[in-house]
Design a protein around this ligand. Sequence first.
Ligand SMILES: Nc1nc2c(ncn2[C@@H]2O[C@H](COP(=O)(O)OP(=O)(O)OP(=O)(O)O)[C@@H](O)[C@H]2O)c(=O)[nH]1
Ligand SMILES: C=C(OP(=O)(O)O)C(=O)O
Length: 200
Amino acid sequence: MRADVDLVVPVKTLQRAKTRLVGVTDDRPALALAFALDTITAALPAVRRVLAVTEDPAVAAELRAMGVDSAPGPEGLNEALRFGAAMLRQRDRRCVVGALQADLPALRTAELRAALAAAESRAFCPDRQGTGTTLLLSAPGGELEPEFGVGSAEAHSAGAQALIGPWPSLRNDVDTAEDLELATGLGLGPRTREALSPVC
Ligand SMILES: Nc1nc2c(ncn2[C@@H]2O[C@H](COP(=O)(O)OP(=O)(O)OP(=O)(O)O)[C@@H](O)[C@H]2O)c(=O)[nH]1
Ligand SMILES: C=C(OP(=O)(O)O)C(=O)O
C-alpha cells in the first residue's frame, strides 16, 4: 500500500471483554488490557497514526501515557469502528483507514508491515481459522465499511483483497484458551506475559 495508513483499534470495556477466556486467569480485565497494549505497541511503528476507540477510562489513561490517542465511541464493534474511521478520514481525505483488532498479543511489527506492503487497495486479513477478520483496510480515500462479527472474512471478501502471507502473528487473534496457547508459541508481548505470569 503506497498511501499513509491510519488505524482504528477498538477496545471493549475491560470488565465485559474476553468472556471466552474465563478460567484462563483470575483477572480477565487485566489480560484484555494487556492484549490491547501489546497489539498497539507492535502496530505503532508500522503505521502513521493509531486511534483507539474505547469507552473505558482505564484504557484511555494507559494509552495516553503511551502517547496514543483515544476517543469514546458508540456501543458495538462496527459502530465504534465507523466512528473512529470517520475521525481519521476527517483529518486526511486520501489516506488508508484501517481497523485492527485489539486482541493480537503476539503481533510483530515486521509482520504487520509486510501485510500492509502486500495490500494493493481495499484488503483484509482473515484470522487463522479463515472465518474472522483481524485487519481491514479501506482503499486510499475510501470508506472503511466494517462488517465484523461472525463470518466477517466472507463479508469482507466482497471487493477486497485477502491478505494471506507470512504474518501468523497478525492472524492469531486470541478469543479462546487454544488461541492463547498458539499465541504463546508465536511469542507474547511483554504486557501479556506479565499479566499471565502468576499462572505461567
Ligand atoms: N470499542 C468497542 N470495541 C469492541 C466492542 N466489541 C468488541 N470490541 C473490540 O473488538 C475486537 C474484537 O472483539 P472480540 O474478539 O469479539 O472480543 P470480546 O468481545 O472482548 O470477546 P468475547 O467476550 O469473548 O466475545 C476487540 O478488540 C474488542 O476489544 C465494542 O462494543 N466497542
Ligand atoms: C468480531 C470478530 O472477531 P472475533 O471472532 O474475534 O470475535 C471478527 O472476526 O469479525
